[in-house]
Ligand binder design. Structure first.
Ligand SMILES: [Zn+2]
Ligand SMILES: [Zn+2]
Ligand SMILES: [Zn+2]
Ligand SMILES: [Zn+2]
Length: 146
């Protein structure tokens, strides 16, 4: 299902919020309409906190493309590795490599807490924090079907 939503990048104004080319430039996300179509189920984009703008640069958010929302297939949980922030550990201008900045990850229907990382999604190797290889950073693993 598609829903029509106010464009986050231009806040529904239909104009480029940064006016890089001209203050009358059309919003590149919605094409000047002020609204965008998104497919359900949608969640607020964690990386830009729903603003549609990149946290560091005067561009669209790399995760949601400026819409401010992302589609995440169900069932989904808060991403364990970034704890739902969508930011890369220690480098918050980069999006989380596990959820791609969405802050949520699609997980198996029958799942259990990852034994390797105890649900944190993290593996500490030589002082750096990497996504757990067992669960891929999601903190849960699929329960083997009998
Ligand atoms: Zn727009
Ligand atoms: Zn975003
Ligand atoms: Zn994440
Ligand atoms: Zn794990």
């Amino acid at each position: 299902m598609f829903i029509e939503k106010k464009c986050a990048y231009c806040e529904g104004e239909g104009l480029d919020p940064f006016g890089i080319l001209s203050t009358r430039s059309k919003c590149q996300v919605c094409g000047g309409r002020g609204t965008v179509k998104v497919s359900e189920p949608v969640f607020e984009c964690a990386f830009c906190e729903g603003t549609g703008k990149h946290p560091r640069q005067r561009t669209t958010c790399t995760t949601c493309g400026g819409k401010g929302v992302v589609a995440v297939r169900e069932p989904s949980i808060e991403c364990a590795y970034c704890e739902g922030t969508g930011r890369h550990y220690g480098q918050e201008w980069l999006s989380c490599s596990v959820c791609g900045g969405k802050g949520r990850a699609t997980v198996p229907e029958s799942r259990e807490t990852c034994k390797a990382c105890e649900g944190s999604g993290e593996a500490r190797i030589d002082g750096s924090v990497l996504p757990c290889v067992t669960c891929g950073g999601k903190g849960v693993t699929r329960v083997a079907q009998k």
